[in-house]
Design a protein around this ligand. Structure first.
Ligand code: PEP
Ligand code: MN
Length: 651
């Protein structure tokens, strides 16, 4: 049982509580849990929970029905997000929430060159943390045991060179203290999951911990080991499923996919998966990794080696760099299906001066944490979801009432960036926002996020599907749920400005007969109930949001959370002279330079009947010189040319 203390608790109240609990047969301990001070009470004592809840200094009492308490969802309902390796200039890597965090590296650090080379390779493909063993618990005493402290120093150097926090295995309590200042995260290996002295020591050091599941541990035993770490003082524990021993011998272990949703239900801690040790066969690792993401894992730790055939340990399960790159692309494509985004972080040395778009410098990086990012809509709007995918859950947000309000806020500097919807996969471009780009010249697109749109029918707690007479949503919401709405022809449809705004109108009016079509997050944020989820006609329903920032001269700062991968997409808008072959001439410029066209759309120019603007999205080739030349030639051939920005495409 956990007694969460109120912020204003006095030491006298605390002492009275301790006495109260001890008198009733409990063993008590006091500690911090996240931001909360708690008293943990264990043992077979008996107490009236309601009476305990009324005592001075008690905020609330969480009585768990499980043998573990601190790790239980009953104690803490919201997901824990663990931050690894934050330093004053870089935001750190977040594990948990709506991001997928990929850790990669060799099984073991073999030499300085090998770890430096691997770190650069995995970073290039998008990994955000570096793994590698300096102390290797091997099955055979004659196998390579690792480079020890020297290996850890090489790893730290490699991590710093690539801007990646590192995680490495700690094998004994004696060595943990020596390792503390060199590693960003401790890994407790599968064989040591129940080494309780090690758990107590590592848990007391105040660093994040990656706790692997033992090869024959039950889920409950695994969670109890995590409880040891939390009870010892750390709040930052990430669980790692890495395969368990079964009767099957084809694979090294058996990846327990079902453990992912089970553990996420039982505990608030993030869960990642190690497909390498689970499967043990290189050719099968990527399939298992994708299955883990589909099952809800918060991330992966994957073994990659520049030359697996020469690896000193676990070569047969280590991916070739090309296989890892392919896996990262597949994860990026899969992530939105499960409502997540692949986490990217900035490379410290990446000077992104491409077409005038460069990363934020130190000063501006700090401003991202302080200045908000603007979006249009009410609490829980799809745009707010997209914003959190791009910038993380903790970023301050500025809610504005109209799309032009986002542009105003970014231009004035009251927001560091903004999130603007530009296109839906079913209903097409949102012209109003394209018009704003042309009106506000000093704004550039610096990033892109694709969000899967899952619509829900949302209403007051007292409502049921039969009591509803009116349904409100944005007209796109109605269009996207047409098949579902056709089954209820008696409902009156009332258009609203935004889907989350429709939810807000129900709350404001306290209406019971009115429902809204919007995302689940809007229902949660505004305290209404989901009557039916997934009512969109086509589940492949995505909205593309762009991230905008202010152009200053020929620069537009790119917020660091968008990562350091070089831009591979650009958006252009132009019109062409009214003469034969004018558009063809423009497209030929792109074709001659091998530039791929991913979107071409025309729309009437306001106030100029029968004249058209073209919206063009193109791929940016690696040879930026070609692209710049093409832009120069296009400018000469078109009228009203607007380069909206070059950015990294979201798959
Ligand atoms: C490792 O990650 O290098 C490792 C030894 O894994 P496990 O403890 O899961 O076997
Ligand atoms: Mn290994």
């Amino acid at each position: 049982m956990i007694v969460v203390l109120s912020k204003s608790v006095s030491s006298h109240d605390k002492e009275m509580l301790r006495i109260y609990l001890r008198d009733r047969g409990f063993t008590v301990r006091e500690q911090f849990f996240g931001e909360d001070a708690i008293i943990g009470a264990s043992g077979k004592g008996i107490v009236d929970i309601r009476e305990l809840g009324l005592l001075p200094g008690v905020e609330r009492v969480a009585a768990t029905s499980k043998p573990y308490e601190l790790v239980s969802r009953e104690t803490r309902a919201e997901d824990t997000i663990v931050t690894v390796g934050a330093d004053p200039s870089l935001p750190g890597v977040r594990i948990g929430g709506s991001r997928i965090t990929v850790i990669a590296g060799p099984c073991a650090v073999e030499s300085r060159e090998q770890i430096m080379e691997t770190a650069a390779l995995v970073r290039e493909s998008g990994a955000v943390m570096l793994r590698g063993g300096a102390y290797k618990p091997r099955t055979s005493p004659y196998a390579f045991q690792g480079l020890g402290m020297q290996g850890l120093e090489f790893m730290k150097e490699a991590g710093e060179a690539q801007g990646m926090p590192i995680v490495t295995e700690v094998v004994s309590p004696e060595i943990a203290l020596q390792m503390k200042d060199l590693t960003d995260m401790f890994q407790i290996g599968a064989r040591n999951m129940q080494n309780f002295e090690l758990l107590k020591k590592v848990g007391s050091l105040g660093k994040p911990v990656l706790l692997k599941r033992g090869p024959s541990a039950t889920i409950e035993e695994w969670l109890l080991s995590a409880e040891y770490l939390l009870a010892a003082g750390t709040a930052d524990v990430v669980l790692c499923e890495r395969g368990i021993r079964t009767f099957e011998t084809y694979t090294r272990n058996t990846l327990d996919i079902s453990a992912i949703p089970v553990v996420k239900g039982l505990s608030h801690l993030p869960v990642i998966v190690d497909p390498s040790h689970a499967v043990g066969i290189r050719a099968k690792v990527s399939s298992a990794a994708l299955a883990a993401i589909a099952a809800g894992a918060d991330g992966l730790t994957v073994e990659v080696h520049p030359r697996p055939d020469e690896a000193l340990s676990d070569g047969p399960q280590s991916l070739y760099p090309e296989q890892f790159e392919r896996l990262m692309r597949d994860i990026e494509a899969l992530a939105p299906v499960v409502g997540k985004e692949l986490l990217r972080t900035p490379h410290p040395a990446a000077i992104r001066s491409f077409h005038g778009f460069s990363p934020l410098d130190g000063e501006e990086t700090r401003a991202v944490g302080e200045k908000p990012v603007a979006f249009c809509g009410e609490n829980g709007a799809f745009a707010e979801q997209a914003l959190m995918r791009a910038f993380g859950e903790g970023v301050p947000r500025l809610q504005v009432k109209s799309f032009s309000g986002i542009f105003d806020a970014v231009l004035e500097g009251s927001a560091i960036a903004g999130v603007v919807p530009v296109e839906n996969s079913q209903t097409g471009s949102i012209h109003e926002n394209y018009d704003l780009f042309l009106r506000y010249g000093d704004i550039a697109i610096v990033g892109e996020i694709k969000l899967r749109i899952v619509h829900c029918l949302i209403a007051d707690e007292r409502a049921s599907i039969d009591s509803i007479t009116i349904v409100r949503s944005h007209p796109q919401g109605f269009a996207q749920c047409k098949e579902f709405l056709d089954k209820h022809p008696q409902w009156i449809l009332e258009p609203a400005t935004t889907t989350a705004g429709a939810v807000a109108s129900i709350v404001r009016e306290g209406a019971v007969k009115v429902a809204a079509i919007a995302g689940e997050a809007a229902a949660l944020a505004q305290g209404l109930k989901v009557i039916k989820a997934g009512i969109e006609t086509n589940p492949l329903n995505y909205t593309r949001f762009v991230i905008i920032s202010r152009r200053v001269g020929d620069r537009a700062p790119v917020p660091p959370s968008l990562g350091s991968l070089s831009p591979n997409k650009a958006s252009l808008v132009f019109s062409v002279p009214d003469e034969p072959g004018a558009l063809f001439g423009c497209l030929k410029i792109l074709s001659d330079r091998g530039i791929n066209l991913s979107k071409l759309e025309s729309r009437p120019i306001q106030g100029k009947p029968w004249e058209y603007l073209f919206y063009v999205d193109v791929g940016v080739p690696d040879t930026t010189g070609d692209f710049e030349k093409a832009i120069g030639e296009l400018k000469a051939k078109t009228r009203d040319f607007h380069h909206l920005g070059a950015y990294r495409a979201s798959l």
